[in-house]
Ligand binder design. Structure first.
Ligand code: FAD
Length: 671
């Protein structure tokens, strides 16, 4: 169960921020002899001038000063096409106001951008990007020994810059330092302000060779510290015999990263556009090909809700959607996608209130972001009385929920100089060649590339009349896709609308939803139907949506709109309701390799999963695609480029395409 992150116990001493628990200062680098308030103790340990891709990791994010300084250095010195990744583990994140005060009066030039993007205090991996996406910050909020063993990355440099070893022994324990070595390669450097003998011994036993820091470096690394420690500098000389991270079972083994100069994305809906953007921001030239026009299918929905999935139990689906939601808002803001940050209310009644109270506690989200509120509070937040049954007890409030216009979001994502869009070019054939992938379109155009991302919602497309089946290959038959028709209804009111006070300020959602008006039009939905898969709107489905309004917003139901509109589309999902994201297996070979899965040898004795090199999918985003496509896009780009993986290893099996085949081989059914 994800527990709430601890809130740091802070103290201000002569204007400097101290941790009471560790009796140590957060910002010793501000006290350097240079006195400029922003000297970087680690600048001498790196050189970005010849860098193409660089990954620094650190234990303890603190005020973010080390990251800010490296980012400024990278901006000033790295080549224009270079990429910087920064990974930091932090168990007690500071809030933006505290960081701002701690770093004042420093004029850290990039501070405002960092503070604006700072993730909420929620356990797990948070990804943020800056400078057009070429600087990525991967924050692991949680304990070192909880998150590092399940997070995949290899650092070029480790900065050990937390509180002093005698003040924070856990951070310098043998187990924590084993994690440093587990995320290093031969040649990875290590630098720190402290190197007491026991820390040196631990690092040496893990394969690090330590050298004496030169005197200038030494004085910059350990200025005015309360204990006289020798600064640390070294390099991993040999890999530890046993790496201290958990291996995924072989049937879920990952591709080796192979950054390529170009990639093709098939499908220009939300999934394809977000994948194209994540690859383009990593320096890859991306061609996006769509059978029709961009955002012509499910992503043509006039409005969509961006929210976590509020089930009364935690599941891989709730975890995937929650992490995606937190990422989606950050990416959408950064790329200029339309966002109406209106919040969401989920009315609950006395029957389900207890279950939800339990479930909300299990989320481990701060109460300012997610909490149960009373019926009166809900009415005042919505601006109109809510109902969900004859006896509404209150509502779950999700502060950061929002609405968006998916088609405009697609356009914002595709607006990148490294992305080229080809519309009305159905992909007819995809062939693996000695040099990579050969893509044929129905119009006769051909493309050659090393990386292909299929983002066509679902394959095969037998149930979807508009979608060609050309992409159904031998590689993907084990995925049991479902198609569900859905209709949205829009109700437009003029300025003099008498019932204005009945219109909600927030999304109101419980087995159906109403979104607050944008440009005078409120949107209600949605229907779910598996039998009839046409996309023309119907009066019957409009009546269903108006029924949602009657049930949730009784005052609004009595008002007559000036205009009505409707839109219907098809959602593609799978039965476990998680999206399908990742590399594609060679199906027949996989069956052969893992035929004895239920009774076979120990995990380590199996072969690696046979993968089709360079082929990835982002599919089945169902009714949560506005959120989940963003996590999918980052995950695929991480796999292609070897950037830190944005999903922990325990969650990966819930989204990988081969999970259905693994289920079939194990228990005889894919469902
Ligand atoms: C009624 C309704 C309401 C919804 N409400 C919400 C909501 O409130 N919140 C939310 O998060 N989600 C919502 N969704 C879901 C969301 O819209 C989808 O999850 C998302 O749009 C899926 O995006 P996609 O890119 O995977 O698929 P699509 O947008 O369908 O894109 C797939 C693309 O692939 C192209 N393609 C297919 N075959 C080929 C080929 N052979 N060659 C080239 N191109 C090809 C198609 O032309 C299409 O453009 C809703 C969906 C519906 C139907």
């Amino acid at each position: 169960m994800p527990a709430l992150l601890s809130i740091p116990d802070l103290d201000w001493r002569n204007g400097a921020l101290f941790s009471r628990a560790h009796d140590d200062c957060y910002t010793p680098a501000l006290a350097t002899p240079a006195g400029n308030g922003y000297a970087d103790a680690f600048a001498a340990t790196r050189d970005f001038r010849a860098t193409r891709r660089h990954l620094t990791a650190e234990l303890g994010f603190g005020t973010g000063l080390a990251f800010l300084s490296a980012w400024a250095d990278f901006r000033a010195n790295a080549p224009a096409d270079a990429q910087l990744d920064w990974v930091s583990v932090e168990s007690a994140p500071l809030d933006a106001a505290t960081i701002e005060r701690a770093l004042a009066p420093s004029t850290a030039p990039l501070l405002a951008q960092l503070l604006h993007a700072l993730p909420p205090r929620i356990r797990g991996i948070h990804r943020r990007a800056f400078d057009g996406g070429r600087v990525r910050l991967t924050l692991l909020y949680g304990d070192v020994l909880e998150l590092l063993p399940v997070t995949d990355f290899i650092a070029d440099a480790w900065q050990l810059d937390g509180f002093a070893p005698d003040r924070n022994p856990e951070m310098w324990s043998a187990e924590a330092l084993a994690q440093v070595a587990a995320h290093a390669r031969v040649g990875t450097t290590v630098a720190g302000r402290f190197a007491p003998p026991d820390v040196q011994e631990r690092l040496k036993s893990l394969g690090f060779e330590l050298s004496a820091a030169d005197s200038a470096h030494a004085s910059s690394l350990a200025p005015n510290t309360h204990t006289a420690h020798t600064p640390l500098r070294g390099m991993l000389a040999r890999l530890p015999e046993k790496r201290a991270f958990r291996q995924l079972p072989r049937w879920f083994s990952m591709p080796h990263p192979a950054p390529a100069p170009s990639a093709i994305v098939v499908g220009a809906g939300l999934a394809g556009a977000s994948a194209a953007r994540a690859l383009a921001e990593r320096g890859i030239a991306v061609t996006v090909i769509d059978a029709g026009c961009a955002a012509g299918h499910a992503s043509a929905a006039p409005r969509a809700v961006l929210a976590p999935y509020l089930a009364s139990w935690q599941s891989p689906q709730t975890r995937v959607v929650a992490q995606s939601f937190l990422l989606a808002r950050a990416v959408m803001e950064r790329v200029g996608a339309p966002l109406n940050p209106c919040g969401l209310l989920h009315p609950v009644n006395s029957d389900d209130e207890w279950g939800y109270e339990q479930s909300i506690a299990e989320w481990g989200w701060p109460t300012e972001l997610l909490r149960l509120i009373s019926a009166d509070e809900a009415t005042s937040a919505a601006g109109t009385p809510l109902s969900n049954s004859t006896n509404p007890e209150g509502a779950i409030f999700v502060r950061d929920a929002a609405t968006t216009r998916p088609a405009e979001t697609v356009r914002a994502l595709l607006a990148h100089p490294a992305i080229t869009l080809h519309e009305h070019a159905p992909v007819a054939r995809l062939r693996h060649t000695d040099d990579g992938w050969h893509v044929d379109t129905e119009s006769g155009r051909t493309f050659d590339t090393n990386i292909v991302v299929i983002a066509t919602a679902g394959i095969p497309a037998a149930a979807l009349p508009d979608m060609p089946e050309a992409l159904a290959s031998d590689a993907l038959p084990s995925i049991p896709f479902n198609a569900t028709r859905g209709q949205l209804s829009t109700l437009a009111f003029d300025d003099a609308f008498a019932g204005a006070s009945a219109v909600p300020f927030t999304v109101v959602s419980a087995n159906g939803f109403a979104m607050p008006p944008v440009d005078g039009a409120l949107c209600a939905g949605a229907t779910y139907e598996r039998e009839r898969l046409t996309t023309g709107p119907t009066p019957h489905d409009d009546a269903v949506n108006l029924g949602h309004i009657e049930r949730l917003l009784p005052a609004l139901a009595t008002c007559t709109p000036n205009r009505r509109g409707a839109w219907a589309g098809i959602r593609t999902s799978v039965n476990d309701h998680c999206p399908v994201i990742g590399p594609v297996i060679a199906d027949a070979q996989f069956r052969e390799s893992f035929a004895r899965l239920p009774h076979g040898p120990f995990a380590a004795a199996w072969p690696d999963a046979p993968l089709l090199p360079g082929l990835f999918v982002t599919l089945a985003h169902g009714s949560r695609g506005t959120s989940t496509v963003f996590l999918a896009a980052e995950l695929i780009a991480d796999m292609v480029c070897g950037t830190p993986r944005c999903i922990t290893d325990d969650l990966l099996p819930a989204v990988l395409p081969q999970r259905f085949l693994v289920r079939e081989l194990r228990v005889g059914t894919r469902e």
